[in-house]
Design a protein around this ligand. Structure first.
Ligand SMILES: [Zn+2]
Length: 177
């Protein structure tokens, strides 16, 4: 057993219950922010394939290559989840913290006969109805890095989209650091 190290994304949680599981299985990212953090961590850990598989097929490059930077810190400035982003994420909460963001469950919920969800007794595992399948989110962040000896900051407003229950990075606007 090795000592579990803290997640590079700065969440204050161990890697094994933060970005680690998302990098192993991108489908487990419940929110745009979770995916964004895992992508940052993938930079730190040089898991370039994770960047590629979580990049929207419409905008991703043929290959994601090493960037030659040493990423040193992440600060999430602002998060906007799309309207229906609250709808049940398909991911069975991994580790305690995950449910924290889920608090906003639609209050009206159960009265609605809408989409027969009764079928799945176990509840949360199933992506409820079609409506929750697509959503969008925006995450503004500042990521610090060093390029050789020169420090720098990437300040980006990144756009994410969920397709078929999975979050993807679409593109972003780079702002002045
Ligand atoms: Zn993390």
């Amino acid at each position: 057993m090795t000592v579990d190290k803290m997640c590079p994304c700065g969440s204050g949680r161990p890697l094994s219950s933060c970005c680690g599981p998302v990098i192993d299985d991108p489908r487990s990212a419940a929110t745009a922010e979770t995916l964004m953090r895992s992508r940052y961590t993938a930079h730190v850990l040089a898991r370039w394939n994770h960047l590629w598989v979580t990049w929207h097929p419409r905008t991703r490059p043929d290959l994601v290559e090493e960037d030659g930077l040493r990423w040193t810190g992440l600060e999430v400035v602002r998060v906007e989840e799309g309207d229906d982003a609250v709808a049940g994420s398909g991911a069975p909460a991994s580790g305690g913290g995950a449910s924290a963001s889920g608090g906003g469950a639609p209050a009206s919920g159960r009265g609605a006969p809408a989409s027969g969800r009764g079928a799945s007794a176990s509840g949360r595992g199933a992506p409820a109805s079609g409506s929750g399948a697509s959503a969008s989110g925006t995450v503004e962040y500042r990521a610090s890095y060093r390029e050789g000896k020169r420090p720098g900051v990437l300040h980006e407003v990144a756009r994410f989209q969920r397709r078929a229950g999975r979050w993807f990075y679409v593109d972003g606007d780079v702002l002045d650091a």
